[in-house]
Design a protein around this ligand. Sequence first.
Ligand SMILES: NC(=O)c1ccc[n+]([C@@H]2O[C@H](COP(=O)([O-])OP(=O)(O)OC[C@H]3O[C@@H](n4cnc5c(N)ncnc54)[C@H](O)[C@@H]3O)[C@@H](O)[C@H]2O)c1
Length: 378
Amino acid sequence: MPAKIRLGILGGGGDSLIGVLHRVAAHMFDAYEITGAVFNPNHEDSLAFARELGIPTDRIYPDFDTLIAEELKLPESERIQVCSVQTPNFLHFPMAKKLLDNGFHVICEKPMTTTYEEAKILEEAHKKAGTVFALTHTYTGYPMVRQMREMIASGVLGRIHKVDARYYQGWINPIIHDKAKRKSVWRLDPEKAGISSCMGDIGVHAFNMVEYTTGLRVKSLLCDFNYMYDDNLMDVDGTVLIRMDDHVKGVIRSSQVATGEENGLAIAIYGEKAGLRWEQENPNFLYLLSDTQPLQVYKPGHAYNSELSLDGTKLPAGHPEGIFDSMGNIYKGAAKAIRGEKYDEGEFPTMTDGVRGMNYIEATVASHKGGNIWVDMD
Ligand SMILES: NC(=O)c1ccc[n+]([C@@H]2O[C@H](COP(=O)([O-])OP(=O)(O)OC[C@H]3O[C@@H](n4cnc5c(N)ncnc54)[C@H](O)[C@@H]3O)[C@@H](O)[C@H]2O)c1
């Protein structure tokens, strides 16, 4: 058993949404140990949370700059190897950049930065650093999403015609109509979230799923946002027409005001020979649709699945696995890369996905603000 990877955590405190997902994922394959952290901006809160988790408090630092300075004083054999950035969006870039510049591996939440320009700067820093950078587009870790990617790559759909990705949530509906409530949500604050709420928070996941599963790239797009109120600066709903090729077209629909929707991410890809459909809220079912055959349902853990899919399944078929396992698979892939072991490029999203994601978010905003015009992606 190789030594555990020394993991630092930034953000993800006891008050956060996503922290528990990362902590469970990191422990899932016994590959990491939490060695240090800044869980919250308030040091006392960070220390209290570390005690609650049973983590020694000597490397729970008051802030990020102190973490870097103190860790660099330690011999490499003791130093944190990888930091996981789980803070609100505006801190991803400064944290990830300084980590890369100082030779750390990075696991980073999406959206990778708040601007496309920052994303490109980070890409350069990553090239210089030569360390591992994993971006946690969580949904790519699901065995049936990996299976979808592999089936499309092996030609099961034939020539692709149509792409349809949808990410619908409803949680902003009770907030958006009340000006005071809006102020309490960082995702609606451009200073903290960047230029987009809906597209930056969830539309970018749907975009990533489209490129991850098809292996194709979005070339141009046309976006129509809904801000709901003239004095609300951030999109809370957006519909995007996409062109991946002259004859491969589709739509990415995302909303935070789809009342009553929970975490409705779904993707369907249709081709000449067949179609494939997957929904996040029922992640263990992948549907294969055909003109000539009855509907087929693929499920995880069966030998008929691809190696990449099977690598993401821990238990025999029929034992449902979910979002924790999906994030666990991304941490597992990153661990292989950090240890210099062989891994499949579908095991975790990378810097390239982060740069594409920021290009997409900025292109949607440019399209909407330009009067719903077609905008090319790089
Ligand atoms: N991959 C996914 O599916 C997914 C899901 C949800 C959120 N996210 C992303 O995760 C990130 C965090 O989202 P969230 O919903 O958990 O946010 P949150 O507001 O619930 O939690 C943010 C945490 O960061 C801490 N924090 C804030 N400033 C800090 C600082 N300067 N130093 C250290 N800690 C600090 C806060 O105290 C809190 O614990 C966002 O970028 C979001 O887009 C990703």
